[in-house]
Design a protein around this ligand. Structure first.
Ligand code: PSU
Ligand code: MN
Length: 313
């Protein structure tokens, strides 16, 4: 596999890809902008450990000094987590970051693009971005749709998440998945999860009950020319929070975001941080637990997909 010089694969990841061994991509905006310190670094390290325990190689993806890094060493991970000035990089921001030799955490959208270039087929995150709730006071807010959606439609990966983040308009986000041809597959459930909550009151489009079934569905989707598959895993019940409880915090956080004129890329990080405060840390605990759960599931799917694999699927 020959990638342009701006890509930098870690030795581990490079070897695993070359031999068709299971690899799980991990994003880094959740580290740089999604979680507070020091939980962000601890989480990033435990996700890598969980993927390894699950028999796959973790590939945390980030941009460091203009290089598209696929797999970070421990010092790089620490530096990224502790640097408050790094950028949030979505698909459209990658070229500028490379040209300017900048560093940043990659969103789901940007991570999908980089992972697909490296022929990685499985990716774990917490919650995918989506269609933001309509904020009448803010002109243009009806067009605040995360680049995660079109990018997932395009890139042939299985994205393991607990649905879309609860701060979003979930029915509108599900409609977008249908429009974009992205299967929304429940992992052991027919209910579409709502990130912190086990149920959103909405349904998935399909269901699988094992990693092997998920792998078969994804392979078939790709043989049909499809792109991404959303594998929606409910958050662990011990830390999950009922929808009605979460909703009150979100409504308040959203009102504050509007009053303070928060826009664009700053909206999601603001809402996540504010909900964590309003919930007295409960949303943060749920977020950490579901991220770990998703990493474990992703390792299983990556192993199934690697069976009988050559380096190109
Ligand atoms: N999931 C989390 N925490 C996060 C994110 C997802 O549990 O911080 C990040 C992801 O990187 C996702 C991004 O791609 O939020 C979406 O940002 P936006 O809504 O601005 O597209
Ligand atoms: Mn947005």
């Amino acid at each position: 596999m020959k990638l342009p010089g701006m890509f930098k694969l870690s030795p581990d990841v490079s070897k695993a890809i070359l031999h068709g061994q299971p690899v799980v991509a991990l994003e880094s905006t959740v580290i740089t902008h999604g979680l507070p310190r020091p939980q962000n670094l601890e989480l990033a390290q435990s996700l890598e450990a969980i993927v390894r325990e699950g028999g796959a190689t973790p590939a945390t993806i980030a941009v460091i000094d203009g290089e598209l890094c696929v797999g970070l060493d421990p010092a790089q991970l620490e530096a990224l987590a502790n640097n408050p000035n790094v950028r949030k990089l979505s698909s459209r921001d990658l070229a500028a970051a490379v040209a300017q030799k900048a560093s940043g955490g990659t969103t789901v959208a940007a991570t999908l693009r980089i992972a697909a270039s490296a022929r990685i087929r499985v990716f774990a995150t917490g919650g995918i971005g989506g269609v933001h709730r309509y904020r009448g006071a803010h002109r243009g807010s009806q067009w605040d749709v995360s680049a995660d959606l079109p990018e997932l439609a395009r890139q042939p990966l299985v994205l393991v998440c607990a649905g879309a983040k609860a701060i979003l308009d979930l029915p509108a986000t599900l409609e977008q998945f249908e429009t974009l041809g992205v299967p929304v597959v429940g992992y052991g459930t027919d209910a579409y999860p709502a990130f912190y909550s086990v149920e959103s009151g909405l349904a998935t489009s399909d269901r699988v009950d094992s990693a092997a079934e998920a792998a078969t569905l994804a392979r078939t989707h790709w043989q049909l020319g499809g792109g991404g598959v959303l594998l929606a895993a409910p958050p662990p019940t011990e830390t999950a929070i009922p929808r009605e409880e979460v909703e009150a915090w979100i409504v308040q956080a959203q009102a504050e975001a509007d009053a303070q004129g928060i826009r664009g890329q700053a909206v999601s990080p603001f809402l996540l941080a504010r909900v964590a405060e309003l919930s007295d840390g409960r949303s943060l605990r749920a977020n950490l637990a579901l991220l770990k759960n998703n990493a474990r599931i992703a390792a299983g799917v990556a192993r199934e997909l690697a069976i009988g694999n050559t380096s190109d699927i």
